[in-house]
Ligand binder design. Sequence first.
Ligand SMILES: [Zn+2]
Length: 626
Amino acid sequence: MRGRIPEDTLAEVRARASIVEVVGAHVGLRRVGRNHVGLCPFHAEKTPSFTVSEERAIFHCFGCGVGGNVFTFLMRMENLPFPEAVERLAQRYGVALPERGETDPTQGLREAMFRLNEKTARFYQRVLWDAGEAAPARAYLEERGVGRASAERFLLGYAPAAGDVLVRRLRGASLPLEVAVRLGLIGARQGNGHYDRFRARLMFPITDASGRVVGFGSRSVPGTASATGDLPKYLNSPETPLYRKGAHLYALAAARDAIRTAGRALVVEGYFDVLGLAEAGIGNVVASLGTALTLEQLRLLRRFTRDIVVFFDGDPAGEKAAEKSLETFLEAGLWGHGAFLPRGDDPDTFVRRAGREAALALLGAATSLLDFYLERAVRPGSTIAERAAVAQTVAPLLGKIADPFEYNMAVRRAAERLAVSEDLLRCRPAGRRESVPVHQAPAVRAPGAEELLVTLMLRDPAAAARVEAAGGLALFAEEAWRTLAADVIESVRSGGGVDVAGLLSRLDDAAAARIAGRLLATTGGGAETSTLVDECLAKLRRQADVRRREVLRREIRQHEAHGDHPAVERALRELDALRQEEGGRRDEPAPVAAPAHEEARSTVPEATELDPADPESDELEIGDWT
Ligand SMILES: [Zn+2]
């Protein structure tokens, strides 16, 4: 698939895209030295180990091991196939892509779905503001205090009542009806024809985090056909390839900047809660789309902030909901706070009745969900036995906290609140070990000499020059590493600088992530690098010798079988020469003598010495590099 977009186009996109900007849209980044760091969006962590280098156009997480270039990031972050990640960035940074003729058909379908959703949203939006029949919807918005600016910001629309307006519209524009069926926008009648699935309804487009329409929510409008009979008040898109219940958050794309600025996200249930708070100038709000917050939604939101406050109704049902949500929060590695509304209010009615300041005060009084849980569980004056019983139910909840530091904090806090011993809370449930880590850190493996050498060359032009001077290219056994090394040497020689991100994109994801990690981890150069280069070269030379010896032994056996004695003789002599050469090299460990080398050698710890007794070993034992 990668072959379909020309390499120079990819290079241009990489060159124009700012990786810090692209990553920064998803991860709060802070500059540290030459790099940027932040909390990894791919695993739960408290201290930032996610590192981005603008200079090298790569990223790496030292916690879970993911890494790569700007395309890799977008693919992972937004779950996109490669061509789509390229397309997205090309569009954003103004790089023209060649017409796609023969792309992956499923990819084409996905794109077509997004386009159709987008067109439908725009169509409904025009109907809402321009059509006479949408007057009740406009009146309803006004009644609920939603101004046109807010309504437009959230792309609100109106689906006409007639029942085939969208169908005719799609047909007229030669848009594929079967795609619209799959998106749940229209239905197919048995026998023949299609019908609009949303009729006489206020439409709420649901987008992904980057603002692309994945589906629709809708609400019946008083005074129209949708408010009659037993038609549902709320009707959403069915599950489609773009939309899954519990996977999206309403208004996230519109709220993300405000969430970053505020450092906090507010979670409500309905569309009008989002709109009502927005009207009051509170923009860092998303809605859970009618369901209780799911783990997936929390993970999505966690990319933007860890401080999340949920509005709960101030009645027993709301308190129960708050209690239940604690588990999901803990599982997501978050504390979670709850703001409790006065009885009978939802965020929309509350902010319209009591005003912005009152809403902010309510948020200011938000309580930690764990404290809330414990307070409800332990009534004043409860006996030790009662509190111990509560501890038994709390312990498995706390066991959901993956981070050991946070786990200990939570246990201490809970023990204090319950006035019981921490031991009572520390019995983590069995099987926890398997269920907790979402992304386990990859097994740390020392790199092979070829990989290490290429990494050194990518890091330091002097290393590339040193490999070239020593004739190191000929020692590579693996074609992929050799061409990569050759390209690095070539770009160093041409003086144009090494396109690290571009070269990495030719490796498989795991190798690219490893190398990106090493490049970002070590500030290299100087004497130590030349020592490492020499050690790698020596290692490769030994491996090449081993391979050559094997070939010779095989040849000798074959020549013997054929009775070709002169050939046996020649092969034996070469084998002998090889052994002598090798023995000689062992006495002088530096294969490439350089003036700085002898001094440098003493700075390398004992552990980095290659073991000459084990020339077959494939791994380099160099602590720095693991
Ligand atoms: Zn990570």
